[in-house]
Design a protein around this ligand. Structure first.
Ligand SMILES: NC(=O)C1=CN([C@@H]2O[C@H](COP(=O)(O)OP(=O)(O)OC[C@H]3O[C@@H](n4cnc5c(N)ncnc54)[C@H](OP(=O)(O)O)[C@@H]3O)[C@@H](O)[C@H]2O)C=CC1
Ligand SMILES: O=C(O)[C@@H]1CCC=N1
Length: 266
């Protein structure tokens, strides 16, 4: 029997999850119930056949798995709102909300629920997410369903909950960090002669190929760098200049700043 999935908060991440679920075939559109207050922005999902609602309780009542994809400061109010519709033996809660711990969720829902924290990224829309997962109280079947779901939408790894904030930065903010790196390549590419469209293609495919080399060959980045840096060549000249300007340092500092922001805010 197909499971119904409610997505509470059809924003950037929530709608990307719905898109990925439908495109991957993991769920039929008719098994997805996605909510937000202003449902006009969900028209594309509606056209695909998903249920679009501005009523969280109704979405929950129809679902077996409830994905919480609202902003951190909203979670308490929204759980209070849906709590009367939640049934411990029926519902599994999957929170993708940053900085909200399982203990916080238990405080809001009570002890009896299967709770999963998952940290995907927006590439979930095209089944290329990296998703970090930890769970509490989930049966083998429930945990298996959730792992299967995220594996169909990219790669997933089970982690200790104490690493969930770090996972948020590396895996979820990481999409934006990578985009900025690619954008800078496009800017440089235009300056040295390409039009923006060709520069964008070269930059994105080159980054994709570099990532695939690591994922396929399981090599260290420095080993792959050694294969590109011809002695006395142009790569090492550019790379060293980037390092003189603080490339690695600025990325590491950005990552630790994002991490501190989560820890300080929660
Ligand atoms: N964006 C990302 O890449 C990632 C985000 N996250 C986490 O996912 C969560 C969502 O982030 P993101 O998608 O970026 O944020 P968005 O602001 O894009 O999405 C949140 C959505 O919640 C909706 N919403 C607000 N109030 C309610 C309500 N009462 N009932 C139902 N829906 C409501 C909003 O729509 P409306 O105003 O119309 O109701 C909005 O579209 C956050 O906790 C974030 O930390 C985690 C990993 C990656
Ligand atoms: O920027 C944010 O707070 C969220 C969490 C990870 C990605 N977006």
């Amino acid at each position: 029997m197909s499971k119904n999935i409610a997505i509470i908060g059809g924003g950037n991440l929530g709608s990307a999850i719905a898109e990925g679920l439908i495109n991957s075939g993991f769920a039929k559109a008719e098994n997805i119930f996605i909510t937000k207050r202003n449902i006009e922005t969900l028209s594309q999902l509606k056209e695909k056949g998903a249920h679009i609602l501005n009523n969280n309780k109704e979405a929950v009542a129809n679902a077996d798995y409830v994905i919480l994809a609202i902003k951190p400061f909203q979670i308490k109010d929204i759980i209070s709102e849906i709590r009367p519709s939640l049934k411990a033996r029926k519902h599994v809660l999957i929170s993708v909300v940053t900085g909200i711990w399982i203990k916080d969720l238990i405080e809001m829902t009570g002890e009896d629920f299967a709770i999963v924290r998952a940290m995907p990224n927006t590439a979930i829309a095209i089944q290329e997410s990296m998703t970090c997962i930890c769970s509490h109280n989930a049966s083998e079947e429930q945990a298996g369903f959730v792992s299967n779901l995220f594996n169909q939408l990219g790669k997933s790894v089970i982690i200790d909950e104490k690493l969930m904030d770090a996972a948020t930065v590396l895996g979820a903010c990481g999409t934006a960090f990578a985009m900025r790196y690619i954008r800078a390549n496009i800017q440089g590419g235009v300056e040295i002669g390409f039009n923006a469209k060709v520069a964008a293609l070269i930059a994105a495919q080159t980054v994709k190929g570099a990532a695939e080399l690591l994922l396929t060959k399981h090599t260290h980045p420095e080993e792959e760098i050694d294969k590109v840096t011809t002695p006395k060549g142009c790569t090492i000249a550019g790379l060293n200049e980037m390092e003189h300007q603080g490339l690695s340092s600025s990325i590491i500092r950005g990552i630790t700043t994002s991490y501190k922001k989560i820890v300080q805010d929660m």
